[in-house]
Design a protein around this ligand. Sequence first.
Ligand SMILES: [Zn+2]
Length: 232
Amino acid sequence: MIFRAQCDIAEGEELKFGYISGMEPLAERKKMLGNYGFECGCGICIAEASTSRKKFKRRDMITKEIITLFEAEKPTGLHIYIAHLEALDATYIYPPSVEPRKAVITPVMNILPELLRSRMYVQAVELVLLLLRQLGFEVAITDTSFEFRRWGFMVDEIVMALADLCDAFRVVEPRLLADVEGVARKAYLIMCGEDGSWEAEYGRHGSNERQGKKEMGRVEGLVEGVEGMKVV
Ligand SMILES: [Zn+2]
């Protein structure tokens, strides 16, 4: 079993881990955890228990609106989603480190492949960084390094998003690719329990590289949102 701590651990501190994915609705999670004989007191469960049905409905509605918007507009820029994402954020009670914005996962995973297909690599990077922040990750990017200062809510989609992030970095900032790949591989290891099959699963990524370079001028103006990121 692999434990990856989300934060520093004091000596003697109790280690906790997720028995279930955390994506299921609260009532379902309660039922599943009933088999283990305890009631979960994590931030997500506490927050969801005190979130009104109205807020959940609003959250669903905004999520659907983002996807509708995306289907109508295709990728013209991430700015068109900002108001929706802010509205979505307002339906949560605690910060993302306590209460990850799970509702963001589906829209992001719809938009992300389309950005890559359209060779909008800088925006793909921005979108993955946004997803990570919304799920409670803290990412530190400098000119020479890319690392997670804090790991957040882990789901399979994180592995896919990080594989896509590798593709984007291969074009946008290849010097940091090894770091990004290292993190992506670690995420894969956490979710799969092994990383020997990483290459076979995600090694095919990166075929867009050459075509992407031709298109970079198109997205160059959007780079300021990503700290420490340069278009090469
Ligand atoms: Zn819980």
